[in-house]
Design a protein around this ligand. Sequence first.
Ligand code: BDR
Ligand code: CA
Length: 319
Amino acid sequence: MTPRKVVIDCDPGIDDAIGLLLAFGSPEIDVRGITVVSGNVPLGCSTRNTLQICELSGRVDMPVHPGCFRPLVRDPIRGLFSGSTGLGRLRLPAPSREPAGAHATDFLIDTIDAAIAADTTITLCSMGPLTNLGVVFRMRPDLVRGVDRLVMMGGAYREPGNRTPAAEFNMLADPHAAHIVFSSGLPITAIGLDASHQALSTPERVARIEAAAGPFSTVIGDLLRFWDRGDVDRFDGPGGPLHDPLVIAFLLRPDLFEARRARVFVEHESALALGQTVTDWYGQSGIEPNVDIVTKVDADAFYSMLAERLAGRVAIPGQ
Ligand code: BDR
Ligand code: CA
């Protein structure tokens, strides 16, 4: 089996961090580089967190490229559930290396160009606001042919939003970039709140992952135990939706997901509905569908895979 070549764009963030650990624990995926964006935390902080997570996994070889330091048009907003550092209670040693020199957008352009020159394609994975990708496909719309698929966490399709009644965080954080990406012609699989709200990190599931992680259970526990949104009313119990790792899980086991194609428009003008993913489920716009929207997730199978893949994947900090 030839591993699938991917670039991950992210803003760690606890759930981004778990997504990276899942990718590093999965030989089916060949991560060519990580691009970082401003989102949950400011760019400097998300870059540092990415370097620390790479180090934790023994992946000091992994290129980490910082990208856009703010959204295209709107003012930045930050995540509410990853704590002030972005990694919850987890405290890690300072990274032993600097990020790569090339800007994330240059790295993405060069990587996709190289794939086209070699007559292959790259899979893009997105776990944060779409600023970096919006810039890339505004600068080079022709690069769409070098991407076999964008698998992204973002949007609220039949669910209400999580940051406003209308919008999910990644869409709200840069609705103009999201509009560019959704209009780019890229093949897109969207894992939004409709999917992630089915995959709750219940105390039982967290305990199973910690137990499987053996000597590294403290590291995993420090990340996951912080992820209780305390929103018992909304989620019908303790725990929170573990959004971003679903992107990687989709690449590993697409059979665990069901999707439905529809046209999606990102609202980027109205104040009230900014960042809303307006979805034409029934073809009323007369415009071709452009997104495969994940509607169903086998959450038990997802958490079992996560426990298995995270087991033994991290090095003990400081050793
Ligand atoms: C998304 O928002 C961020 O806070 C998470 O990391 C995830 O990417 C969920 O709405
Ligand atoms: Ca994220």
